[in-house]
Write a protein that binds this ligand. Structure first.
Ligand code: NAD
Length: 502
């Protein structure tokens, strides 16, 4: 049985702990690895290594740091299929989906390659006579990343490449449910030339995270995961005077206007709702049909019912199993509540089972109509292949519905009216908006900008905001007393020019 190693000070080492968490293949729940819960001494060693490495890494010129990212990007591309295979095996994602997970991470590494330009400060000459002001962007120190199970390549890659490119050192605590993919990412990072201690990877759950949140040497915390954990991490990190950015749960609505292109809407909503088994923080989980668009609900349900779950290397699989038996139980309980509370279950995936893989965490595609806001299936994040359909009469009602929801990660509108789209993008209180684009995840030269209960913090992931998050700005005001040079430039002399303000 494979024991997942720790990465401390450039060495992949076995943990000395006696506590392990099983890593399973979600298709049949067979155990594929044992994930250690790192000891306090191992966590302390990771922090000490990162602290020591920071002293030299921050002095490495920024173009050299960018070159490490270039080599890293090349290695990730060369081993794209190998990483995606590991990822599929531990998450159950289809191979195509797993490749997408890795690719979205590679795109962030490409942004990290641009770090010299992104770390340029500002200058202003002669802010007072003979005085110039300029600013530098400097790294913070040791940064921590805590990541969820659902994107084990993309989300770690949202964090450590940019933090490290900025000159910081990093400790990653990946999800204990799928730590093998992050370890492969770490292995390639070392191969790309990252010096010992620049990236450390430790494993475990709540206790390991809490230890790190209380370590005074950690300056900034990036977290992605569920709402209660996000709130806890944001509060603890900021109480401990750390910078924090915490990306949390979601309930993403798609608003379908009757003037939209019907076929485009239906094709888009199928993948956006049940794709990746609905285990995407940007999945569309609520479709809001405006007016006559409600007539498309049955056809959409029919299309979704044809998407069949399957194993990762079967090209016919529409999506894979859920990550764990607990995740499956939670989704089944919500489906049962939806039925009990009066929603109409048009497609019921709760009894789905895959022949030969009966022990796996399977849930089939599920569609509810006549969903109301008081129902649990509307109020809670389901994180499974379940779409809730609702009907309203006007665009204003749709906007009010979305704005009353406590989450604000993503939303989309389907329409052929520029006016409706413009009104929606302006009035909607959600951080990422798609117009005839179902899942509007911004590319890494923008930032990932969830709002409300989907994000706690100020500066978001990747893009210019991440550079700000992982750095300090130092502003210098300078005057040079050089008699000879000043004699020619006029600096230091009393002005003899009068400015007429009128
Ligand atoms: P999770 O909150 O259970 O776990 C996330 C991380 O926190 C893991 O590394 C875990 O070990 C750690 N953790 C768990 N409980 C903890 C505790 N009590 N104290 C300290 N640390 C703890 O989330 P998950 O189930 O792995 O991921 C799914 C969730 O992530 C969903 O809610 C989804 O919406 C969210 N998510 C959000 C985004 C976004 O960008 N907003 C992106 C991806 C996933």
């Amino acid at each position: 049985m494979q024991h997942v190693p720790l990465l401390i000070n450039g060495q992949f080492i076995p943990s000395t702990t006696s506590q392990f968490i099983e890593v399973t293949n979600p298709a049949n729940n067979s155990v594929i690895a044992q994930c250690p819960c790192a000891t306090d001494a191992e966590l302390a060693a990771a922090v000490a290594s990162a602290k020591q490495a920071f002293l030299t890494w921050k002095e490495v010129p920024v173009p050299e740091r960018a070159r490490v990212m270039m080599r890293y990007q090349q290695l990730l591309k060369e081993q794209h299929d190998e990483i995606a295979t590991i990822l599929s095996q531990e998450t159950g994602k289809t191979f195509a989906d797993a490749k997408g997970d890795v690719w979205r991470g590679i795109e962030v590494v490409e942004q990290a390659m641009n770090v010299p330009a992104l770390m340029m400060g500002e200058t202003a000459e002669n802010v007072a006579r003979g005085i110039d002001t300029y600013s530098y962007i400097q790294p913070l120190g040791v940064c921590l990343g805590i990541t969820p199970f659902n994107f084990p390549a993309m989300i770690p890659l949202w964090m450590f490449p940019l933090a490290v490119a900025c000159g910081n050192t990093f400790i990653l605590k990946p999800s204990e449910q799928d730590p093998l993919t992050p370890m492969k990412l770490a292995e390639l990072f070392i191969q790309a030339g990252a010096p010992a201690g620049v990236l450390n990877v430790v494993h475990g759950g709540k206790d390991q995270v809490n230890y790190l949140l209380n370590d005074a040497d950690i300056r900034a915390v990036s977290f992605v995961g569920s709402v209660p954990v996000g709130q806890h991490i944001y509060k603890t990190a900021t109480d401990n005077m750390k910078r924090a950015q915490c990306f949390a749960g979601a309930k993403n609505h798609s608003v379908i206007m009757p003037d939209a292109n019907k076929q485009q809407v239906l094709n888009n909503l199928v993948g956006a709702s049940v794709g990746a088994a609905g285990q995407r923080c940007m999945a569309i989980s609520v479709a809001v049909f405006v007016g006559q668009a409600k007539e498309w609900i049955d056809e959409l349900a029919g299309m979704i019912s044809k998407v069949t779950p399957g194993i990762w290397d079967d090209a016919e699989s529409g999506f894979g199993p859920l990550i764990s038996p607990q995740a499956k139980q939670k989704v089944l309980a919500l489906i049962a509540e939806g039925k009990a509370q009066g929603a109409k279950c048009l497609v019921d995936g709760s009894t789905f089972s895959l022949a030969g893989y009966e022990q796996g965490n399977w849930v089939g595609p599920t569609v509810f109509s006549e969903v109301k806001t008081h129902m649990s299936i509307y109020q809670q994040e389901i994180f499974g292949p379940v779409l809730c359909c609702m009907v309203v009469d006007t665009l204003d009602e749709a906007i009010a519905l979305v704005n009353n929801n406590p989450y604000g990660n993503g939303t989309s509108i389907f329409t052929s009216s520029g006016g409706a789209a413009r009104k929606y993008q302006h009035e909607i209180e959600v951080g990422q908006v798609g117009i005839n684009v179902p899942i509007p995840v911004p590319l890494p030269f923008f930032s990932f900008t969830g709002w409300k209960n989907s994000f706690y913090g100020d500066l978001h992931a990747y893009g210019k905001q991440a550079i700000r998050f992982y750095t300090e700005t130092k502003t210098i005001t300078a005057r040079w007393f050089d008699e000879e040079a000043n004699a020619h430039s006029g600096a230091g002399e009393q002005p003899n020019m009068t400015i007429n303000l009128r």
